[in-house]
Design a protein. Structure first.
Length: 649
């Protein structure tokens, strides 16, 4: 579904409240996780007074997100000194659910300014928990319990917390990686093997060692019952000096092999991994930055794994010197396991790259992953955030963008319990209100004239049982109707709810016969020789918002209010609306969630079998939503002076 902007001060991932008067907080990393279908956002706040905050995302009376702080942990005593939690004495502080609690701890005095903060980490014992501000969060479900693995901003600590069904935090365990004032933990990957053992792979960097700065990925065994870490093993290193290690991921090739992959300042390294045991074996392979980028002066950063539309995995990583995001694919030869070939897939030119991250998103055709990229131009002016899908060949496909999001940290994407997707900027602090972007579903506006057995009837006047003319099955009875009115204030807060207007004749002669106004994601049937050559089908469905590249098709920003009407049949149907052909409500996963519990209960009372997703009707036509495909299709029609629709019912 389309994602469109809302006002800047309405964000979806948190209404931040700090526990001290310090103004040194800023978000370094945010992650979403779900307990059942209840969404939560965990945010690591970096700075000398950093900490971890967990918010439950509820819906208010207007079905907009409301963020409730359910757990927080602060990692400084307010005097730029690190709070170390462990079995030693002292007077440290921790915040649970917003309440300050004394715990057994030691506060170590500040002795060194490290990486721009006023905190220094020293190792005390393996049972201690370290940190001077949180930097990275890895949410993981282990045996039905939600855990948050949180690293230290500027030291050798890892925190592990469990989250109960109410979003409350409980400390499980932690560890010191040693040589704390010089060692830094960055990204990590948590994996439970097929035998039930949990492994933690940690990207570490040590400054000022015997051989200078070096990076490595270290493997640990984690016991979720006790919180203990054990069996430390160095599994990945990068050649060369000053090669800090930043992030690590698990990657599966199309040929069935599994690799542990890590990225450092000057390259990427990878080794074969046994998914049954989590053991990292086989030869060590590295690809240096000069082989995958135009510059060799450092600057590689985050790496992640992204799944394309065919379910195949690709590595996606950022180069902050090149200001680009790259995709990379590993392919293996069964005769030489552990020695894959690396192929560069595609590049996103970000002008000036700030950050990026991947999320899962369902646009109505099924869940798939997207990458969100934050950029500014060469003059430092905000370019906002762009959302990309990935094609089967590893190339990126722009889906949508907004200039609303700012700051350095990649935005997060979250789906609320009503099925709406929201995107937000986690760097925005002390915000009030809701999220920045949302998604709409398929519906006609009230005045749309639907062709029935008794002639044209306005959508707002339709009744259950009316016999409506359909493209494929003749006259069919309406089984359910849903209505919702959006007032002017809501439309101004959420422009994604603004309708799309298709002027008379914009699709072809007398198509539509008169002005047609629908929701942005309402799909319109297009049918032409070009469609046939492009897709091998006589007709396809395209969202109205994707037709806005045509003359006479536009978002109606002047509408004062709008009533949307959903119409549902036994099957997904094509109906005639103001002379053009458009779809009825299609109960894909996103639409089911967005309709809300009350509407879905009404539908389930009519179609109890729809409770099982496999019993839902399939789409009556191929749905084409990817921007590259729709733009190319429209451009070919305009270039050849051809109509998008050459016949009408």
């Amino acid at each position: 579904m389309e994602v469109l902007a809302m006002p800047l001060n309405e964000i979806d991932d948190a209404t931040y409240t700090t526990q001290t008067e310090s103004n040194l907080f800023y978000s370094n990393h945010s992650s979403t996780f779900y307990i059942g279908n209840q969404p939560y956002v965990a945010t690591a706040l970096q700075g000398s007074d950093g900490g971890l905050y967990v918010y439950r995302v509820d819906l208010d009376a207007n079905n907009e997100p409301n963020y409730v702080l359910t757990g927080s942990m602060q990692m400084d005593d307010g005097n730029s000194r690190v709070v170390v939690l462990g079995p030693t004495n002292g007077g440290g502080e921790i915040y649970l659910n917003g309440v300050q609690t004394d715990v057994s701890s030691t506060i170590l005095a500040d002795t060194q300014n490290y990486q721009g903060t006023d905190s220094t980490i020293f190792g005390v014992s393996d049972a201690a928990l370290y940190g001077g501000g949180a930097q990275y969060i890895e949410p993981v479900d282990i045996n039905g319990t939600q855990f948050l693995f949180v690293n230290s901003q500027n030291g050798a600590g890892i925190h592990v917390w469990s989250v109960n069904d109410d979003g409350e935090l409980a400390h499980v365990g932690g560890m010191d990686l040693g040589n704390g004032q010089n060692r830094t933990v960055y990204g990590m990957e948590v994996y439970t093997d097929t035998q039930g053992t949990t492994h933690v792979y940690v990207a570490e960097t040590e400054l000022g060692g015997a051989t200078g700065t070096f990076g490595q990925t270290t493997q640990y065994t984690f016991d979720p019952a006790t919180g203990d870490f054990s069996d430390k093993t160095n599994v990945l290193t990068l050649p060369g000096n000053a090669n800090a290690m930043f992030d690590t991921e698990i990657y599966h090739t199309a040929e069935g092999e599994t690799y542990l992959v890590a990225i450092g300042r000057h390259g990427i390294t990878y080794r074969l991994m046994d998914p049954a045991t989590g053991e990292v074996t086989g030869p060590s392979n590295s690809i240096l930055r000069s082989d995958i980028s135009s510059e060799d002066t450092g600057g590689l950063g985050t790496i992640t794994v992204m799944t394309d539309e065919d379910g195949l995995e690709h590595l996606v990583y950022g180069s902050y010197n090149d200001d680009k995001v790259f995709s990379l694919t590993l392919t293996t030869d069964p005769t030489t396991p552990g020695t894959p070939t690396l192929t560069l897939g595609d590049t996103i030119d970000a002008n000036v790259l700030l950050d990026f991250d991947t999320h899962t998103f369902d646009d109505g055709t099924g869940p798939r992953e997207v990458v969100l990229v934050n950029t500014v131009d060469a003059n430092g002016v905000n370019n906002g955030t762009a959302m990309f899908y990935m094609n089967a060949d590893g190339t990126f496909d722009l889906f949508d963008s907004t200039t609303i999001l700012t700051d350095d940290t990649a935005p997060v994407l979250i789906q609320t319990t009503d099925g709406t997707y929201w995107i937000s900027d986690p760097d925005t602090q002390n915000s009030t209100g809701g999220p920045q972007k949302s998604v709409s579903i398929v519906c006609f506006t009230a005045e749309t004239k639907i062709l029935t057995q008794n002639g044209e009837i306005r959508a707002t006047d339709l009744q259950v049982g009316d016999m409506v003319l359909t493209e494929d099955r003749g006259y069919q009875p309406l089984r359910w109707i849903g209505r919702k009115t959006i007032d002017r204030a809501r439309l101004r807060r959420d422009p994604s709810l603004l309708p799309v207007t298709i002027e008379a004749g914009a699709l072809g002669p007398h198509l539509p016969r008169e002005r047609l106004t629908v929701s942005r994601q309402h799909r319109i049937l297009v049918q032409s020789a070009i469609v046939k050559r492009t897709f091998g089908e006589d007709s396809v469905l395209i969202p109205a918002i994707k037709l806005a590249e045509l003359p006479g098709v536009y978002v109606d920003e002047n509408v004062e209010a709008v009533e949307y009407v959903h119409i549902l049949f036994d099957n997904h149907e094509i109906v005639t609306a103001n002379g053009a052909r458009a779809e009825s409500l299609y109960l894909a996963a996103t639409a089911r969630d967005q309709l809300g519990d009350a509407s879905m209960q009404e539908i389930y009372n009519i179609f109890p079998e729809f409770r099982q997703p496999e019993n839902l009707p399939s789409s009556c036509r191929t749905i084409v939503e990817r921007k590259k495909l729709t733009s190319n299709l429209i451009r070919r029609h305009v270039k050849n002076n051809k109509d998008l629709v050459h016949t009408a019912t």
